[in-house]
Design a protein around this ligand. Structure first.
Ligand code: NAD
Ligand code: WQD
Length: 338
C-alpha cells in the first residue's frame, strides 16, 4: 500500500512510519517540522533498511499538498499533524484552531481533490473531558476543557458530518490515552521542545540530570495514593494499533471510533517508582498543588479495539519505562539540532 502520513516526523508519527515501512508499505511523509527533527526519519530509515519520502510542507499549503498527493498517489492517509500543548492552546487558541481545525479541513479537501477517501485521525482521550466514570467507553459524553481538546472535538464532528454526507469514505477516529516510551532500539523517541508538559519526559529528564526534581501535581485526588491516574500506552503498541486500524479501514467504507489504551490505570507515584527501577536511581520529587484542568482518573475500556481490530497493548509499564529510559540515556539532549 501507499500511505501518506501527515506529521510523520513527530513522536507518534515516526514510530508509526517505522512499522509501516517494516510491513512493506510505501510511505510519504508531509511535515512542516514545526515540532520535529528530520533526524527522526533518517533514523527510521536506518532501522527499517529503507526510507520514507519527506515533503517539508504545511498541510495548509494547497499547492504543496497537491504536489505531495500527485507524487504519492496514496491509498490512505494517516493524519498526525497538529499542535498538542494544552497550556499553549489556552494562550494562543487561534493558532490551534487554524493549524489543527483549518489544517484538517484543508487536508480533507486535498484528499477529495485526489480521490483518496481513507483516513485515520489522531484524536485523544481529552475529548471525554472530565469522565463521569472509568473505564471510559467510546460512547461516553464528549466535552472539552481547553482549546486543544476543543480542536480535537471539532475535527471529530467534522469527520462525522463528512461521513454522513459521503458514506463512501472510510474514516478511523483513534482516541489515544497517554502515549509514552520509545522504540526499543533507543534510536527514536519523544523529543519535546523546552520544558516537557507531560509526565514521562519530565521524569526521564530528571533521571538523566537535565532537570532537578519532578513536581507531583496534586496528592489529594480520590485515587488509591492521592495522585492522578492515567492509562499510559507504549508508543510502539500505539503505532501497531494504527496498522491494525488501517487494515480494518481498507476493508470498506465506514466510520470507526476507537480508544487506544491499555485499560490499566497508573498513578503519578507508581510511574515515578517504575522509572526509578528502570533507570536504577532514585528520582527526586516533591508534592505540589493540583494542575488546573487535570482530572483524577482517566483510563480506557479497550474492548472495542480488541473486538474490531484484534488489537491489544502488549508492553507493560516496566517496558515503557525501560524503553523511555534507554532513549533518554542514549540521547540526553534529544536529536542533534538540524
Ligand atoms: P508531535 O508534535 O511530535 O508530532 C506532530 C507532527 O506534526 C510534528 O512533526 C509537527 O512538525 C507536525 N505538524 C504540526 N502542524 C503541522 C502542519 N500544519 N503541517 C504539517 N505538519 C505539521 O506530536 P505527537 O505526540 O506525535 O502527536 C501526534 C498526534 O497525536 C497529534 O495530532 C496529537 O494531537 C495527537 N495526540 C497526541 C498525544 C500525546 O500525548 N502525544 C495524545 C493524544 C493525541
Ligand atoms: C499525566 C499525569 C498530571 C506532569 C495530556 C493532555 C492530553 C493528551 C495526553 C494529547 C497527570 C501528572 C504531569 C508533571 C505531574 N495529549 N503530572 N507532574 O494531562 O493526562 O494528558 O497529554 O492529546 O490531551 O492533556 O498527561 O503527562 O501531562 O499528565 O504530576 O510534571 O501526571 O497531573 O495526573 P495528561 P500528562
Amino acid at each position: 500500500m501507499r500511505i501518506l502520513v501527515t506529521g510523520g516526523a513527530g513522536y507518534i508519527g515516526s514510530h508509526t512510519v517505522l512499522l509501516l515501512l517494516q510491513a512493506g508499505h510505501q510511505v510519504v511523509v508531509v511535515d512542516n517540522l514545526s515540532n520535529s527533527n528530520p533526524e527522526a526519519l533518517r533514523r527510521v530509515a536506518e532501522l527499517a533498511g529503507r526510507a520514507a519520502t519527506l515533503h517539508e510542507v504545511d498541510i495548509l499549503d494547497h499547492a504543496a499538498m497537491d504536489h505531495a498527493f500527485t507524487e504519492a498517489q496514496p491509498d490512505a492517509v494517516i493524519h498526525f499533524a497538529g499542535l498538542k500543548a494544552v497550556g499553549e492552546s489556552v494562550r494562543e487558541p487561534m493558532r490551534y484552531y487554524r493549524n489543527n481545525v483549518a489544517g484538517t479541513v484543508a487536508l480533507l479537501e486535498a484528499m477529495e481533490r485526489h480521490q483518496v477517501r481513507t483516513l485515520l485521525f489522531s484524536s485523544s482521550a481529552t475529548v471525554y473531558g472530565d469522565p463521569h466514570a472509568v473505564p471510559i467507553l467510546e460512547d461516553f459524553p464528549l466535552s472539552a476543557t481547553n482549546p486543544y481538546g476543543r480542536s480535537k472535538l471539532m475535527i471529530e464532528e467534522i469527520l462525522r458530518d463528512l461521513h454522513r454526507s459521503a458514506p463512501e469514505w472510510s474514516i478511523g477516529i483513534l482516541r489515544y490515552f497517554n502515549p509514552v516510551g520509545a522504540h526499543e532500539s533507543g534510536r527514536i523517541g519523544e523529543d519535546p521542545n523546552g520544558l516537557p508538559n507531560n509526565l514521562l519526559p519530565y521524569v526521564t529528564q530528571v533521571a538523566v540530570g537535565r532537570l532537578p526534581a519532578v513536581s507531583v501535581y496534586g496528592s489529594d485526588y480520590p485515587t488509591p495514593d492521592g495522585t492522578g491516574v492515567r492509562d499510559y500506552i507504549h508508543v510502539v503498541d500505539l503505532a501497531d494499533g494504527h496498522l491494525r486500524a488501517l487494515d480494518y479501514l481498507l476493508r470498506g467504507p465506514g466510520l470507526l471510533t476507537c480508544n487506544l489504551g491499555t485499560g490499566k490505570g497508573v498513578s503519578v507515584l507508581e510511574m515515578i517508582h517504575a522509572m526509578e527501577r528502570a533507570a536504577g536511581k532514585s528520582i527526586p520529587c516533591r508534592l505540589t498543588e493540583r494542575r488546573p484542568g487535570d482530572v483524577a482518573l482517566c483510563y480506557a475500556d479497550p474492548g472495542r479495539a480488541r473486538q474490531l481490530l484484534g488489537w491489544t497493548a502488549s508492553r507493560d509499564l516496566d517496558a515503557m519505562c525501560a524503553d523511555a529510559w534507554r532513549w533518554q540515556r542514549d540521547n540526553p539532549d534529544g536529536y542533534p539540532s538540524a
